[in-house]
Design a protein around this ligand. Structure first.
Ligand code: PGA
Length: 258
């Protein structure tokens, strides 16, 4: 495996108090003290207000954010720029998440603008694509995913494209406890990689990590990722436990060492 297996924790707007965040950090540091990550990488994406608490956590654990604004600085009340995130030690940013699309009307086009800006400030975009339940039932999934990839990637220089992580997150699977079958994820993985090859070339495609997200649990890691040919997972609820986060990383280490 050339790219590390990514376990990306999306905390969303959880951990209300500073004490909760600090407790997470204490437990994670302790649990990671005896763990060496050779094949996997953990990426924690807490709320902006807690980013400072998660810096320099442990070797193999990187810092991520859940959102970012394309302009570097200026009169944009309430926004946080990728340049500011980078300066805080942020290396990854989740973009185009279905909750951003649903509650804040973010489109693929707006996500593309953010993606280019994140790359400019050397933050890796973790760009989410995925179909709704209706789109799945009416057989529109593949056409939709192709169109999303086109909008997000077309015309991007190859050197930039390979820094992006694609997260396949079926919208009906997020927070629902339902997950696609391994076969479905394999088929979507094939579609994404074919599309990326068409937009760039095979070498570039191989450098782009493709991860699965939506109701990921530690116990499901095999069926939704390893066996499905994914390069990692984007995890919401389960990542709020530092113990589960470490278990997922250890499972990846075992899988790629054995
Ligand atoms: P979930 O969230 O794991 O709680 O379903 C995943 C996500 O929204 O990224």
């Amino acid at each position: 495996m050339t790219t590390p297996f990514l376990v990306i924790g999306n905390f969303k707007m959880n951990q209300v108090t500073r004490a909760e965040a600090e407790q997470y950090v204490i437990v994670l540091r302790r649990e990671m003290a005896t763990v060496t990550l050779s094949h996997s990488r953990g990426i924690l994406c807490p709320s902006f207000v807690h980013l400072g608490l998660y810096q320099d956590l442990s070797a193999g654990i990187r810092l991520g954010a859940q959102h970012g604004f394309p302009e570097k600085s200026g009169a944009f009340t309430g926004e946080v720029s990728f340049a500011q995130l980078k300066d805080m030690g942020v290396e990854y940013v989740i973009l185009g998440h279905s909750e951003r699309r649903h509650y804040f009307g973010e489109t693929d086009e707006a996500t593309r603008v953010r993606l280019e800006a994140a790359l400019k400030y050397l933050v890796h975009p973790v760009v989410c694509i995925g179909e709704t339940r209706e789109e799945r039932q009416s057989g529109k999934r593949d056409a939709l995913l192709s169109k999303q990839l086109e909008t997000l990637f077309r015309g991007l220089p190859k050197m930039q494209a390979e820094k992006v992580v694609v997260a396949y997150e079926p919208r009906w699977a997020i927070g629902s406890g339902e997950v696609p079958t391994t076969e479905e994820i394999v088929s979507v993985g094939t579609l994404i990689r074919q599309k990326l090859t068409e937009l760039f070339d095979e070498n570039t495609m191989r450098r782009i990590s493709v991860v699965y997200g939506g109701s990921v649990k530690t116990a499901l890691l095999g069926s939704v990722s390893f066996e499905a040919g994914m390069n990692g997972v984007l995890v919401g609820g389960e990542s709020l436990s530092p113990y589960e986060m470490v278990k997922m990383l250890q499972a990846a280490e075992h899988f790629y060492t054995d």
